[in-house]
Design a protein around this ligand. Structure first.
Ligand code: CTP
Ligand SMILES: C[C@](O)(CO)[C@H](O)COP(=O)(O)O
Length: 231
């Protein structure tokens, strides 16, 4: 079977899915943990595949689960599956190396953000298409933010008006992301950080509450409720 979704699409989506899920607690790799009876990875691939611009999806799976993930996703959508690495950044690099020629836009999207609406995939891709080399979805910070020392004593209250919580999918012109990964040093927590190190401006678009990252058990409970409510 071809791994193409829409041959006329101009977007490849990389899905880092090789994390252990330590903060979620015991139960195996996080991307394979169940939400509404299906793995998080199935939910996320289904939503990505529903975005009309998507040409190709490359999943970076836990190294021991590559064949199992391929079988799991075969009935969901045509995807390429590669082995992930020890850090998220290495997983993204492995997936990027597997993107076929064609798509000029590459999005990187966490498997852990299982309920992300297809419309956010399209919005990020559209902002890259409109001329931004790097695009991230963000939400305003809604709590007061304090800087504290190692003993837990407050040092300062941070002005939150210029702060944003960053989500995925993060979108890039393909050459920009490839150059940033080629030049990468110590692992960073997101791909926009690598691009920032290259001096490339990163443009923000509105994120989505539904793109929450399943990180801790509470997030999984919240995601179960959102899924049951039809999201
Ligand atoms: N070596 C890694 C580490 C993380 N990820 C992926 O990167 C995304 C964001 O990472 P996070 O939510 O922090 O997942 P984990 O690393 O699994 O979480 P934890 O730190 O709790 O183990 C996830 O989809 C995760 O599967 C990956 O592909 N390869
Ligand atoms: C990429 C990311 O989802 C942006 O918020 C996030 O940084 C990845 O999670 P991690 O826990 O920092 O690895």
């Amino acid at each position: 079977m071809t791994a193409q979704l829409n041959p006329r699409g101009d977007v490849a989506v990389l899905v880092p899915a090789a994390g252990a899920g330590v903060r979620l607690g015991p139960g195996g790799p996080k991307a394979l943990r169940l939400l509404g009876g299906e793995p998080l990875l199935v939910h996320v691939v289904r939503r990505i595949a529903a975005a009309p611009s998507v040409h190709t999806v490359v999943v970076a799976a836990p190294a021991t689960e590559v064949d199992a993930v391929r079988q799991l996703l075969t009935p969901v959508a045509p995807v390429l599956v590669v082995a992930g690495g020890a850090e998220r950044q290495a997983s993204v690099a492995n997936a990027l190396a597997a993107v076929p020629s064609g798509p000029d836009i590459v999005l990187v999207h966490d498997a852990a953000r299982a309920l992300t609406p297809p419309a956010l995939v399209e919005a990020v891709a559209a902002a890259v298409r409109a001329g931004h080399d790097a695009v991230i979805p963000v939400l305003p910070v809604s709590d007061t933010i304090k800087q504290v020392d190692a003993a837990g004593v407050v040092l300062a209250t941070v002005d939150r008006s210029a702060l944003r919580a960053v989500q995925t999918p993060q979108g890039f012109r393909r050459e920009v992301l490839a150059a940033a990964h080629a030049a990468a040093g110590d692992p960073l927590t997101d791909d926009a950080g690598l691009v920032e190190q290259q001096g490339v401006p990163v443009f923000c678009v509105p994120g989505s509450e539904y793109a929450l990252k399943v990180t801790r058990p509470f997030d999984l409970t919240l995601a179960e409720h959102l899924l049951a409510a039809g999201h």
